[in-house]
Design a protein around this ligand. Structure first.
Ligand code: ATP
Length: 480
């Protein structure tokens, strides 16, 4: 793992952003807890997403559907069948392959190299392996014997082959028999599809309109070793936009632009973001792009924008027997809407912001660590310090702190030298520090110090809230 990534993980723990889950018991793999500052950052991310996706779009409404759903939902969506593949993971690149396809690719390459005889032998072995009682083991032996390398990284560094369904199962009620088996949702999207009619009718929406939802999703990931990038329990921010068939590409392009801008508006440098087009489309999609961020571990997906056609609504119609058509009152047409989806991970967005904000600078020969968050996302917006613990400064500082806290999350710190207090706040990304000193008691002014420039300004204490609010609105990333 890169040094930078290690530093970010260590800072996250030390300052209370993210902890390993159940750490005192040795931790639970690929599961994390958000500490006092992490939960603030995460809540800011979801609040801004909700603001931008729901409140700022007249035709998008919200939903909060249950994590547990009728098991037929996952038969309809394809999740029960589609994940039952023999999977193998490249431990170098963390790319997952279907073991049988990996071998097929190898056979193809042998044929291209005019090694037809060998290709035939391997092909026969593949057929036998697919019919073997221990199919995963038999496939693995071929990969191992032939030293088939990963197409992605070129290395021979595989996990075992495992037949794997990514969905977590549990049982409803006390019996624990197969009839009561249900799944923890692997995506929030299906909760939106099955509520399509309920929402459209109750919110009196006409197409085009969208349904947005933020919630937990669960995937029993095989390779999950990259901090909160890939976890088994995570949170998604998804929006399904229902359009008339034929109009999906226009919506797709518009949402692509909107979603890329959203990340840039959160202070992420555009040079660190890029599009990745899916070469192999999922069974339900007619176009799909991912937004990728350049993490210290390389370029990785943070959000997917997918044109999902009418696959999901059709499938739910078939499996539930309920009509999920739309009647267009203007054109008097009946149709099954097409869907454009925007699907972002909360945890990956938080990780993006931490990686993007992390800076080490040298100031007067000393290292200064800072998290250069956009102030609107910073877990603490302002910190109030009395310069010394006497002459009534504590009372004034407490009063300012309480006033500011009513507007945004504000910290108070009276311990240690003022320079150290500034550094502690820089390290967690607090954009403004307000210091109460001797002059405050004489003329009612305080100093406000900015995190990025470290510039200090004296202003009247009753202007502090407005001053900070204006600065938050006006903030731009000067490195963009
Ligand atoms: P990947 O290829 O990285 O496994 P995916 O293509 O399966 O991701 P989607 O199904 O498109 O991901 O899910 C949408 C978003 O949900 C992703 O862009 C990501 O931000 C988030 N996400 C998916 N799986 C995980 C996970 N295991 N941990 C954290 N976030 C995840």
């Amino acid at each position: 793992m890169s040094d930078l990534f290690e530093k970010i993980i260590s800072l996250s723990k030390r300052r209370g952003f993210i902890f390993q889950s159940s750490e005192i018991y040795g931790g639970l793999a690929a599961t994390y807890d958000y500490g006092p500052l992490g939960v603030e950052l995460k809540r800011n991310v979801t609040a801004i997403w909700w603001q931008d996706m729901v409140y700022r779009n007249e035709n998008v409404v919200g939903l909060d559907s249950a994590i547990m759903m009728h098991p037929k939902v996952w038969e309809a969506s394809g999740h029960v069948d589609a994940f039952n593949d023999p999977l193998i993971d490249d431990k170098t690149s963390n790319v997952r392959y279907r073991a049988d396809q990996l071998i097929e690719g190898y056979i193809e390459r042998l044929r291209k190299k005019k090694k037809g005889e060998k290709a035939d032998v391997i092909y026969q072995r593949l057929i036998a392996a697919l019919n073997d009682e221990d199919m995963p083991g038999a496939l693995y032996r071929i990969i191992h014997d032939e030293e088939i390398k990963s197409p992605d990284s070129g290395t021979f560094n595989w996990t075992e082959v495992r037949q794997f369904n990514l969905m977590f199962t549990t049982y409803l009620g006390p019996l624990g028999d197969s009839d009561s088996k249900i799944y923890l949702r692997p995506e929030t999207a299906q909760g939106i599809f099955v509520n399509f009619h309920n929402v459209r009718e109750s919110a009196r929406k006409q197409i085009p309109f969208g349904i947005a939802q933020i919630g937990k999703a669960f995937r029993n990931e095989i390779v999950a070793r990259q901090f909160v990038f890939r976890t088994r329990e995570f949170e998604q921010m998804e929006m399904q936009y229902f359009v008339k068939p034929g109009q999906q590409m226009e919506a797709f392009e518009r949402w692509r632009e909107t979603r890329m801008n959203w990340h840039v508006n959160n202070g992420v440098r555009a040079s660190k973001l890029r599009w990745h087009e899916h070469v192999k489309l999922a069974h339900y999609a007619d176009a799909a792009f991912d937004i990728e961020y350049e993490f210290p571990i390389g370029w990785q997906e943070i959000e997917g924008i997918h044109s999902r056609t009418d696959f999901d609504l059709q499938a739910h119609m078939k499996h539930s027997g309920k009509k999920l058509e739309y009647f267009d009152p203007q054109t008097q047409e009946r149709y099954i809407p097409y869907v454009v989806e925007t699907s972002a991970g909360v945890d990956r967005t938080v990780l993006t912001l931490l990686c993007e904000a992390y800076r080490e600078e040298e100031v007067n020969g000393e290292q200064r660590n800072l998290l250069k968050f956009h102030p609107k996302l910073a877990p603490i917006k302002a910190a109030v310090f009395p310069l010394v613990k006497k002459d009534g400064m504590l009372e004034v500082a407490h009063r300012i702190k309480n006033d500011l806290q009513a507007l945004f999350n504000t910290a108070y710190d009276e311990k240690g030298a003022i320079g150290r207090r500034y550094r502690r706040m820089d390290e967690v990304g607090t954009p403004f520090c307000v210091t109460v000193d001797g002059e405050t008691l004489e003329d009612g002014t305080v100093t406000v110090r900015e995190r990025d420039s470290m510039a200090q300004e004296r202003i009247a204490q009753d202007r502090v809230a407005g001053y900070i609010a204006d600065k938050i609105t006006a903030w731009t990333n000067d490195e963009l």
